[in-house]
Design a binder for this molecule. Structure first.
Ligand SMILES: Nc1ncnc2c1ncn2[C@@H]1O[C@H](COP(=O)(O)OP(=O)(O)OP(=O)(O)O)[C@@H](O)[C@H]1O
Length: 224
């Protein structure tokens, strides 16, 4: 089943003096259950593509369909609603909020979700993902009190709490030592086995051992 369909996508950044065409006329599909590594050299457009797949940005032209819905045809608030409910993000620098506890950080997507749930349900959902990621004992700690690997587990818990169809991970192992990186990749593999579609942007060749498919930016640009 097709989760995301990109048809004839072009992305051009128009600055004051410079116009950068990142890619032109690319088409491909992401299927439910895919575990994809997105590779390419620095500046090749990986983040740009990830932002389009994650509904953080729109292409300059072409069609993006998410679960069959043409996202070019929907209003801005629906666009962010689909993103909130269906997509979880994991970043290299974790992006946890320092002023909030681990519990509160993981609770954020539930508070932002349009499908409001009670405090008791939020508590139950947050504790379930914290336990799944084996970080429940840190619920009252603050991000700066955790190791890099623990922070990334919290970030994965936050990405998961809304039970998204898709997880997009931008260099998730980039700030981790070898052990924590392996642990993070094992967690993502488990989630994929449980049915979550995952796309990982990476420079790390080790990640290829885990993913099932590769999107190489060189091939995408070669389509142009
Ligand atoms: N907001 C922007 N405005 C103008 N140009 C941009 C913008 N964002 C990215 N670019 C340009 O688009 C191209 C692709 O950038 P992008 O960040 O997608 O690459 P990347 O493959 O993710 O790189 P890296 O691995 O270094 O993060 C680059 O030439 C970059 O300068």
């Amino acid at each position: 089943m097709c989760l995301i369909e990109l048809v004839n996508i072009t992305k051009v950044y128009r600055g004051k003096n410079v116009e950068t065409k990142v890619f032109e006329g690319i088409s491909f599909e992401i299927h439910v259950g895919d575990y994809i590594g997105l590779y390419g050299r620095s500046g090749s457009g990986k983040s740009t593509l990830l932002h389009i797949l994650g509904l953080l940005d729109r292409p300059s032209s072409g069609t993006v369909k998410f679960k069959g819905t043409d996202i070019g045809q929907i209003k801005a608030h629906q666009f962010s609603q689909i993103r909130n409910e269906h997509i979880g993000f994991v970043f290299q620098d974790f992006r946890l909020i320092d002023e909030l506890t681990i519990f509160e950080n993981v609770e954020i997507p539930l508070i932002l979700s349009k499908q409001k749930c009670s405090k008791a349900v939020r508590e139950q959902k947050v504790m379930a993902v914290l336990s799944k990621l084996d970080i429940q004992d840190k619920r009252n700690s603050y991000p700066q009190e955790l190791s890099g690997g623990q922070k990334q587990r919290v970030a994965i818990a936050r990405a998961l709490v809304n039970e998204p169809s898709l997880i997009l991970a931008d260099e998730p192992t980039g700030n981790l030592d070898e052990q924590a990186a392996r642990n993070t990749m094992q967690i993502l593999s488990e989630l994929n086995k449980e049915g979550t579609t995952i796309i990982i942007v990476t420079h790390d060749p080790e990640v290829k051992k885990y993913t099932d498919k590769v999107i190489d930016m060189r091939e995408i640009v070669a389509q142009m």
